[in-house]
Design a protein around this ligand. Sequence first.
Ligand code: FAD
Length: 397
Amino acid sequence: MEFRFSPEQEQFRMEVRDFLEREVPESWKALGYGVWEETDESWAITTAWNRKLGEKGWLSLTWPKEHGGQERPYFDQLILDEEMARIGTPSGIESAITIGWVCPTIMAFGSEAQKNLILPRASKGELYFCLGYSEPDAGSDLAAVQTTAVEDGDDFVVNGQKVWTTIGHRADYCWLVARTDLDAPKHKGLSMFIVDMKTPGIKVRPLINILGFHSFNEVFFDNVRISKENLVGKQNMGWYQLAMALDYERSGVGTPAAIRRMVNDLVQFCKKNKRNGTLLSEDPVIRTKLAKIAVDAEILRLMCYRVSSIQTKGNVPNYEASLTKVFASELLDRMANVGLDILGPFGQLDRGSKLAPFNGGFVRSFLQSPSMGVGGGTSEIQRNIIAMRGLGLPRQS
Ligand SMILES: Cc1cc2nc3c(=O)[nH]c(=O)nc-3n(C[C@H](O)[C@H](O)[C@H](O)COP(=O)(O)OP(=O)(O)OC[C@H]3O[C@@H](n4cnc5c(N)ncnc54)[C@H](O)[C@@H]3O)c2cc1C
């Protein structure tokens, strides 16, 4: 077992660092961590950044060359993600959805026409997907979706409602799961579609999150007519394609670097600030809390390396991705809590206040972190997957 990166990988890390030092403006670094406001301006910044990565071929680093990628090992992607999280580049959810989760599934199951339509532009940061999975009565039990796609000549006609659709108001396409066989058992009657969000009959209504930002939406489909060419893979086999996209979704690798950055900032803060005449860095309770988080961040880093090594071998991470997701989301929660404990009442001030430590990064993380254990499948669902697929325990009815 060798835990060191190769000289080529270290060289790539240096190349990434140089690029980020040159290209990431000081104003972004000063924003700190925690989510950015979701405005037209932040979307413009984020998408411009993605196009810059796309020009370098860094959005599609691991993709096969035939799809415009560089066929680099997943560890290079991990290095890129680590470095971007370390310095704090714009959000990334839009490219995670499109590049990380949907496009690999299109590569595996899509037609040549679909690959040609989507992959070249996605790899340049020129188009984005939203995920049309959840519905008012289908979340954890995703196979219960009731949105229907009924065949009519050369088309399918889609009717139904999706909910919690992140960037539904920005995306060019929806990666949609809909029921195509109303009589089949629920896992067997589903199909996946690529749907242009400008198709007549689609209505997007905003949902405002706990931070007051418009990040997700309700999406209504009212007799939306889509060509049969937009069906991805085999009709009624959508559940298996969906499962692959979900496995990719749960395997994010940037979190440990983001947490290390937060820990490092808190360490510096504790070395400079006193409470009741004593430096915070000398307080044994605070030292213990920080050390515990540092241990967990290191564990998560190794879990993420394992996921990357599974992907490097050409496999799709399965329960291993669930392990990483549940650990990462709960660690982010602990991290935000430790941050607010250490910062005291000032920690609750948000961006816009001159007195807000780290530009309100910790209070934003505190408000955002519970949602990390819900999006992409709740922590309870991840634990069920770990129990079943990782430990071989029987499926619960
Ligand atoms: C930030 C964020 C972004 C999201 N983005 C998207 C998106 O882009 N597209 C999209 O389609 N959806 C999105 N979602 C929705 C997300 O996938 C669902 O919220 C999630 O799958 C849970 O479904 P639900 O909300 O219907 O809760 P429910 O499924 O109703 O669950 C309620 C509670 O019951 C528990 N529970 C349910 N079933 C079981 C079980 N079998 N065993 C144990 N416990 C169980 C759950 O863990 C949860 O605590 C997003 C959610 C969040 C928070």
